[in-house]
Write a protein that binds this ligand. Structure first.
Ligand code: AMP
Ligand code: ZN
Length: 482
């Protein structure tokens, strides 16, 4: 049974979609005015895993991610670059889609752009005015917060606090300092569209209400985004949507990802501390970024550092090495007799790994818990290998372990699993080389045998001398994507 925690009710509840078998999920996408950074990636990868898991469980997932392609920051950037806001938006949207591709993110069903929904936005804003939830002043339209009784229910903010936040830009014309813009009258040289209230452009919050309505319906199952969006963005989305439809809840579950920080500060375009994904991928793989995300719960904060990435690369190469050893040894001819007890133990550990992996995922998408189950299996397998006992397990069982791990890692967690593969010949030669090395050791020719080990280490093969003789482990050196 899948349980998901919800920011609104502050509870972990059983997940049941509105329509049987269908999950409607909306995730707030990028404002395209700069390069997509690893902080965005933290959020997108987390939701990618969530969507993958829902699909794995058999749900038909309707997944919408919006593109904010008209906004103050885009206009500002266009002025700096001396090009049009539309060109700015298209340029960075391209970068976003490149990231979607390279990070192996499942494509959403729709990526609606604000500029392609202006009519819909005008119609929703008009209706909010008719219902008394919005008012017009000098070509601007504001949402009347006081009329929406539950305002603040998501962020649980005190009225005074919201006032303090709103006061930063006091606008004396507003009825209440908390009222927020649904429609903004355009200033000179700004993009604008005709509307019943004069030329203008949409405010930021209204777009998500409109896109969710249009592409998913009046009520959705999951609404997601980074924790930075809880207030005011999602608070405002709830107010607009529930006021418009008269139905609640707008979303059954609110999921918020913990922010990615760097030097303990939020990674953000406006703080000039970003690591663009394209930069990151020049030296590191998409898998290690995904690993960083998956080893933390989606709601927890992640502090980014390259030291941490290098540490994660070592752990990741242990996963790859295990997969590779399972794959090639299952192809080699090994001992004739198989140990029944050992095989049974092996298969039971494998089954336990899969079951506990799913249990962890069912518990609010606990990816660190799920990963720890994979590592428990790897620990067990490496112990068998050290005792050279894996040769007593039938090929079909080794293959089953390989495919089970690939299923969990690739299908559910979304890893690309692109690493250097060992050929069968390489592994056979390695066996011969290790036999030669044993002869050298018998003759106490230590420096030669050590040199062999050192050379093998350079190509990612670790040799351990155990009570059962020498044993090899493969630790692929990780490659960047480009
Ligand atoms: P933006 O382009 O800033 O509007 O953000 C697009 C999405 O990425 C939103 O869901 C944000 O919450 C999320 N996001 C932005 N910065 C970060 C960060 N440093 N850590 C995690 N998520 C972020
Ligand atoms: Zn949004």
């Amino acid at each position: 049974m899948l349980k998901i925690s919800d920011t609104l009710s502050e509870k972990k509840r059983e997940f049941k979609p509105i329509e049987d078998g269908i999950v409607k999920i909306y995730v707030c996408g990028p404002t395209v005015y700069d390069l997509t950074h690893v902080g965005h990636a933290r959020t997108y990868i987390a939701f990618d895993i969530i969507v993958r898991y829902l699909k794995y469980k058999g749900y038909r997932v309707k997944y919408v991610v919006n593109i904010t392609d008209v906004e103050d920051k885009i206009i500002k950037k266009a002025r700096e670059l001396g090009i049009s806001p539309f060109e700015v938006a298209r340029m960075y949207e391209e970068d976003f889609f490149r990231v979607v591709e390279e990070l192996n993110l499942l494509r959403a069903d729709v990526y609606p752009r604000v500029t392609e929904h202006i009519k819909d936005i005008i119609s929703v804003v008009g209706r909010l005015i008719d219902l008394g939830y919005a008012y017009v002043i000098d070509g601007d339209v504001y949402f009347r917060v006081r009329k929406f009784k539950d305002y603040g229910k998501l962020s649980k903010q005190k009225f005074e606090y919201m006032l303090a936040g709103a006061r930063i830009e006091v606008d004396k014309r507003k009825e209440d300092p908390r009222d927020f813009a649904l429609w903004k009258a355009s200033k000179k040289d700004e993009p604008s569209w005709p509307s019943p209230w004069g030329p203008g452009r949409p405010g930021w919050h209204i777009e998500c209400t409109v896109m969710a309505l249009k592409h998913l319906g009046e009520q959705i199952d999951i609404h997601g985004g980074g924790a930075d969006l809880i207030f005011p963005h999602h608070e405002n989305e709830i107010a607009q949507s529930e006021a418009y439809t008269g139905k609640r809840p707008f979303s059954r579950f609110w999921l918020h990802t913990g922010l990615l920080t760097i030097g303990r500060e939020k990674m953000s375009k406006s703080l000039y501390n970003i690591v663009p994904v394209v930069e990151f991928l020049k030296k590191h793989s998409a898998d290690v970024l995904r690993f960083m995300v998956a080893q933390a719960h989606y709601r927890s904060q992640i502090d980014f550092s390259y030291e941490k990435i290098e540490e994660l690369e070592r752990a990741l190469s242990r996963i790859y090495g295990t997969l590779e050893r399972l794959r090639v040894t299952s192809m080699l001819r090994r001992v004739e007799e198989y140990k029944k007890d050992l095989e049974e133990e092996f298969l039971s550990k494998l089954k336990t790994m899969k079951k506990e992996f799913m249990d962890a995922m069912d518990d609010d998408f606990n990816t660190p818990g799920a990963l720890s189950k994979i590592f428990e299996f790897i620990d067990y397998y490496e112990r068998i290998v050290e005792k050279k006992e894996d040769s007593y397990i039938r090929s079909e069982h080794l293959r089953l372990a390989y495919y089970t791990m690939v299923e969990l890692l690739r299908e559910i967690l979304g890893f690309k699993l692109e690493y250097e593969k060992l050929s069968r010949t390489t592994v056979q030669l390695l066996g011969i080389l290790l036999e030669v090395r044993e002869k050298l050791r018998e003759k106490k020719m230590w420096s030669l045998s050590d040199a062999i080990r050192a050379e093998l280490r350079k190509i990612g093969i670790e040799v351990r001398d155990t009570g059962y003789g020498p044993v090899w482990f493969y630790r692929p050196r990780l490659k960047a994507q480009r």
